[in-house]
Design a protein around this ligand. Structure first.
Ligand code: DQA
Length: 137
């Protein structure tokens, strides 16, 4: 199976950024473990701080991949463009958030992605990406 993880803005800082909320591990370390555990899956990873690049990546993988795991970070709550891209592609998208967005500020309770996602996983830390991966197996 071919699955892509897409991380949005500021998630390149994982490990350094607000560790009480997002943990102190880097995404690269986590990804290495995930790849070692799921050797049969072609697991790809893309991170961008730029909205249009996330949309371009969704278009690129959105018609011949088996799944997309998308943490659009702050764009989740603002981007109609990313929401439309998720709606427009064929590959199912699972939305992931590291933190429990519903236990945080009100503006994080809104998602432009969720209405067109296969499902949403939030509040389980980095483990959420593995749970999303398992949902495609
Ligand atoms: C996040 C939650 C968002 O509200 C926030 O803007 C992020 C990360 C999460 O994974 O918990 O950058 O998507």
């Amino acid at each position: 199976k071919k699955i892509t993880i897409i991380n949005g803005p500021n998630l390149n800082l994982l490990g350094k950024r607000e560790p009480t909320i997002y943990g102190d591990g880097t995404f690269e370390d986590y990804l290495k473990k995930l790849k070692n555990k799921y050797v049969d899956i072609q697991l790809e990873y893309f991170q961008s701080n730029i909205e249009g690049e996330i949309i371009d990546k969704l278009h690129e993988v959105g018609f011949d991949y088996d799944g997309v795991i998308l943490n659009a970070a702050a764009y989740t709550h603002t981007s109609i463009g990313i929401g439309d891209a998720v709606k427009g592609i064929e590959t199912p998208v699972v939305e992931v958030h590291i933190s429990n967005i519903h236990a945080r500020e009100e503006f994080r309770h809104v998602s432009y992605i969720a209405p067109n996602a296969k499902g949403v996983i939030f509040g389980f830390g980095l483990k959420g990406y593995e749970l999303a991966l398992q949902s495609f197996l």
